[in-house]
Design a protein around this ligand. Structure first.
Ligand code: HEM
Length: 710
C-alpha cells in the first residue's frame, strides 16, 4: 500500500519560521497542541491543504477531492453584489451617550435618561465609486449610524452634506445613472467630472444648491473624523403624550472641520487610496476614539409655516443661525470591526428603521427611501433573513412570527407562527403591545391623488447663493476652481455653458470666474429661474469649513523628513510637543530601516520618502543633516515633498541645514510666515502652535499677487 505523503515532509527553517517541506518543495504547517486543526465546513480534519488529490503525483486531479471542491466552491461565491451606491465604505463600532433627558420631546428610549449608553455602528462611504475606488474622490460622504436601542434599531442614514440633489425619490435612479460611469464606455470611475453628470445637473435646477456643496471642500474631507453628518430630511420626534416636534439631525465632530485641497486629493489617491479608512482605523486602534456630538434642530409647525422654504424639501437647509443646534449627546467610535466583510459589508442600513418616539415627515425623498433600502438589502444580502446577521440584529430581545426563507438562522420555536391564536402564555408566542409599541403620528392628510411637485419647492438658487456668500474667500476660490475643473472634463460645450447660466443665478462673480477659466467666448444668459434668487438671505458662518476648524492640532499628523545624522534633540522635542497636543509624528526617511541620528541613536522610519509624500500630512518638518542635503536635492520624491507642502499652504518646519534644499526647490524669496525654523528644541512648540490653524492660506494670496504683478 502506498504511504501517506506526509512521510516525505522534512523540517526546514525559512528565516524565523520552522516549517515542513513536502516532496515537491511546498511549505506545510501542522496543527499542534495550541494550534487548531484545519477542517472542512463539515468539520472533517484536513490532512493536506497544499496539494489536491491526484492519480499519481503528475496525474489528473480526482473529482472525489471534496476538500478541493468545497474550498474552490466557497471561494467562487465570496463576492456579493456591492451596494448600487455608497459601495465603498468603512465602518466601526461605538456608542451613543445621552447628555440629558429629552422625555418632554420624545419617548425614544435612548433619550430618556442622562448618561444612557446605546451601542452604535457607523459606516462612512463615498457614493459614486465602486468598492475598489479611491477614498479621496470628489464626492458626498455617507454617514450612516445604526443605534441599537433597547426598543429596537434606529438607523440615521445621512450624509456629510445637509442637502441633496433632488426633491423626489423618483429621480434617484436618474441622478445615480448620470453620476456613475457612462454605460457605453464604463468610465469615468468615482468622478462626476463628465458629460452625463453635468448634463443631468444642468437640466435639474433643483440640484444647484447641492452642486455648490459638492464643488466645495466638503466633498474632499481630510478625514471622516473631521466632517459633519446630517440626517438631511425633516423628521418628527414624538413624546409620550403624542406631541410632535419637527427635527433635523446633525453630527458635529469634536475635532472640528477640515478638508484637503483638490490637488492634494488627487495625489493622496495615488499615494494612499485607503487614506480615509486607514486614518479611522489608526485613530481607533491607537485609542484616539473619534467623537461627534448629536445636534438637534427642533421646530414646530409655526416655524415650518413661516420659514422661507419648505421643510419637506431636501434641497434646503435651515441655517443654524435661525434654529440653533441643541447638542444632546455624543457618539464615540471605540472599536474596529473584527471582520470587514461580516460587519462593514453586511451591515444593512434602512431609513425605515425608526423606534417609538421617532417618525417620518412627508419629505417625498424620504418616503421613497423608506422603500428603497429594504428592497436593495434583499438583493444585496440574498434573502429576508439579513436582519439576523449579528451586525444587523437588534441587541434588545425581539420576537417575530416571521419564518423560513434563505439562511433562516432562528425560527420561532413553538407550535405557533400566527396570531391571533388561542394558545396562551409562552405557547401563544409574542403579541402586540399598545402601550410601548410604535405608533405613527396621526398627521391629518387629505388632498387629490396627483403626480405634481409643490410650488413651495420651486426656489432653486436662493440657498445656493447663501451657501456661496457664507464661504471665506479661500473657500470661494476652491468652489470656482472645482467648477472649472469638472466642467473642463465635459466634452460638450453646450453643457459647460448651461452650467454657467445657472451660476449666473447664484453669484455673478462666480459665474464670470468659471466662464473665464473655461475660456467661454461669451457669457450665456442666466437660466430662466422658476423663482428669482433672493438676495436678502444673510451669510451663515456655520456653512464654512474654515470658520469651523479646530482650535488645536489634536488628531492631526506631522511628517518629518529625516536623514542620517538628523538632530536627535529636535526629533525628540517635536515628538514631545505633538504627544502633548494629542497629535502624531511620522518619520519619513530615505530607507524604511530608519536612520542613525546625531547622538548615535537609531530612529525607526514609518515611511520612505517616495512612500510618504507630504500630501499625507497636516504639517511637515524637514529635519535633514548638512552632509545629506545635496543628495536629496536631486531626488524627485524629496523635491515633491517640499514643493507640494508649499503649494498646499502647509506649515513647514526646517533646520538651517535644509535651507539649500528649500532654495533649490522653491527659489530664494519663497520663505514666508508658514515656515518655522527649528534652531533649538523650544522652536518645536512654536511650530505646533502655528499648525493649529492647519494651513497658511496667506501664501496662496501672496502667490496670486505675485502672479498678477507679473
Ligand atoms: C438625502 C438623501 C440620501 C442620503 C442622505 C442617502 C444616504 C445613504 C447612505 C449613507 C448610504 C450608505 C449606507 C451604508 O453605509 O451602508 C446609502 C445607500 C443607499 N441609498 Fe441612499 N441616500 C439618499 C437618498 C437616496 C434615495 C432617494 C434613494 C432611493 C430612492 C437611495 C437609495 C440608496 C440605496 C439603494 C443604497 C444602498 C444601500 C445598501 O446596499 O446598503 N438613497 N444612502
Amino acid at each position: 500500500m502506498p504511504k501517506a505523503s506526509d512521510n516525505h515532509r522534512k523540517t526546514v527553517r525559512l528565516a524565523d519560521q520552522k516549517v515542513l517541506r513536502g516532496a515537491g518543495g511546498e511549505t506545510h504547517q501542522s496543527a499542534e497542541e495550541d494550534v487548531p486543526q484545519l477542517t472542512t465546513q463539515q468539520g472533517i480534519p484536513v490532512g493536506d491543504d497544499q496539494n489536491s488529490l491526484k492519480i499519481g503525483v503528475r496525474g489528473p486531479t480526482a473529482l472525489e477531492d471534496f476538500h478541493l471542491r468545497e474550498k474552490i466552491f466557497h471561494f467562487d461565491h465570496e463576492r456579493i453584489p456591492e451596494r448600487v451606491v455608497h459601495a465603498r465604505g468603512f465602518g466601526a463600532h461605538g456608542y451613543f451617550e445621552n447628555y440629558e433627558s429629552l422625555a418632554s420631546i420624545t419617548r425614544a428610549h435612548l433619550f430618556q435618561n442622562a448618561g444612557e449608553k446605546t451601542p452604535a455602528f457607523v459606516r462612512f462611504s463615498t457614493v459614486a465609486g465602486n468598492k475598489g475606488s479611491a477614498d479621496l474622490a470628489r464626492d458626498v460622504r455617507g454617514f450612516a449610524v445604526k443605534l441599537y436601542t433597547k426598543e429596537g434599531n434606529w438607523d440615521i442614514v445621512g450624509n456629510n452634506i445637509p442637502v441633496f440633489f433632488i426633491q423626489d425619490a423618483i429621480k434617484f435612479p436618474d441622478l445615480i445613472h448620470a453620476a456613475k460611469e457612462e454605460p457605453d464606455r464604463g468610465f469615468p470611475q468615482a468622478q462626476t467630472a463628465h458629460d452625463n453628470f453635468w448634463d443631468f445637473i444642468s437640466l435639474t435646477p433643483e440640484s444647484i444648491h447641492m452642486a455648490m456643496w459638492i464643488m466645495s471642500d466638503r466633498a474632499i474631507p481630510r478625514s471622516f473624523r473631521f466632517m459633519e453628518g446630517f440626517g438631511v430630511h425633516t423628521f418628527r420626534l414624538i413624546n409620550a403624550r403624542g406631541k410632535s416636534t419637527f427635527v433635523k439631525f446633525h453630527w458635529k465632530p469634536k475635532l472640528g472641520l477640515q478638508s484637503v485641497v483638490w490637488n492634494e486629493a488627487v495625489k493622496i489617491n495615488g499615494a494612499d487610496p485607503d487614506f480615509h479608512r486607514r486614518d479611522l482605523w489608526s485613530a481607533i486602534q491607537s485609542g484616539n476614539f473619534p467623537e461627534w456630538e448629536l445636534g438637534l434642530q427642533l421646530f414646530d409647525d409655526k416655524f415650518a409655516d413661516s420659514f422661507a422654504f419648505d421643510v419637506l424639501d431636501a434641497t434646503k437647509l435651515i441655517p443654524e443661525e435661525q434654529i440653533p443646534i441643541r447638542r444632546v449627546g455624543r457618539l464615540v467610535l471605540d472599536r474596529c470591526v473584527d471582520n470587514f466583510f461580516a460587519e462593514t459589508e453586511q451591515v444593512a442600513f434602512c431609513t425605515q428603521n425608526v423606534v417609538p418616539g421617532v417618525d417620518f415627515s412627508n419629505d417625498p425623498l424620504l418616503q421613497g427611501r423608506n422603500f428603497s433600502y429594504l428592497d436593495t438589502q434583499l438583493k444585496r444580502l440574498g434573502g429576508p433573513n439579513f436582519t439576523r446577521l449579528p451586525v444587523n440584529a437588534p441587541k434588545c430581545p425581539f420576537h417575530t412570527l416571521q419564518q423560513d426563507g434563505h439562511m433562516a438562522l432562528v425560527n420561532p420555536q413553538t407550535r405557533v407562527n400566527y396570531e391571533p391564536n388561542s394558545w396562551g402564555g409562552e405557547l401563544g408566542g409574542p403579541r402586540e403591545s399598545p402601550e410601548r409599541g410604535f405608533q405613527s403620528y396621526p398627521a391629518e392628510e387629505d388632498g387629490p391623488k396627483l403626480r405634481d411637485r409643490s410650488e413651495s419647492f420651486a426656489d432653486h438658487y436662493s440657498q445656493a447663493r447663501q451657501f456661496y456668500i457664507s464661504q471665506t474667500p479661500v473657500e470661494q476660490e476652491h468652489v470656482a476652481d472645482a467648477f472649472a475643473f469638472e466642467l473642463s472634463k465635459v466634452e460638450t460645450p453646450a453643457i459647460r455653458s448651461r452650467m454657467v447660466s445657472h451660476l449666473l443665478n447664484v453669484d455673478k462673480g462666480l459665474a464670470e470666474t468659471v466662464a473665464r477659466a473655461l475660456g467661454l467666448h461669451a457669457l450665456p444668459k442666466p437660466a430662466e429661474a422658476a423663482r428669482p434668487t433672493r438676495t436678502d438671505l444673510k451669510g451663515s458662518p456655520s456653512l464654512s469649513i474654515l470658520l469651523n476648524g479646530p482650535d488645536s492640532f489634536e488628531g492631526r499628523k506631522v511628517g518629518a523628513l529625516v536623514t542620517e545624522g538628523a538632530e536627535a534633540g529636535l526629533i525628540k522635542a517635536l515628538r514631545g510637543v505633538l504627544d502633548e497636543e494629542g497629535a502624531q509624528l511620522e518619520i519619513v526617511a530615505p530607507a524604511i530601516g530608519g536612520i542613525e541620528s546625531s547622538d548615535g541613536s537609531r530612529i525607526e522610519a514609518q515611511q520612505t520618502i517616495s512612500g510618504g509624500p507630504s500630501v499625507l500630512y497636516d504639517g511637515v518638518a524637514i529635519l535633514v543633516a548638512e552632509k545629506a542635503v545635496s543628495r536629496l536635492m536631486a531626488d524627485p520624491a524629496t523635491r515633491d515633498f517640499v514643493s507640494d507642502a508649499f503649494a498646499h499652504s502647509k506649515f513647514i518646519a526646517y533646520t538651517p541645514a535644509a535651507m539649500p534644499l528649500l532654495k533649490a526647490v522653491l527659489g530664494y524669496d519663497r520663505l514666508d510666515g508658514g515656515f518655522i525654523q527649528l534652531k533649538a528644541t523650544a522652536d518645536a512648540a512654536a511650530f505646533i502652535k502655528s499648525c493649529r490653524t492647519l494651513r497658511f492660506w496667506e501664501r496662496k494670496r501672496k502667490a496670486e499677487m505675485r502672479e498678477r504683478r507679473a
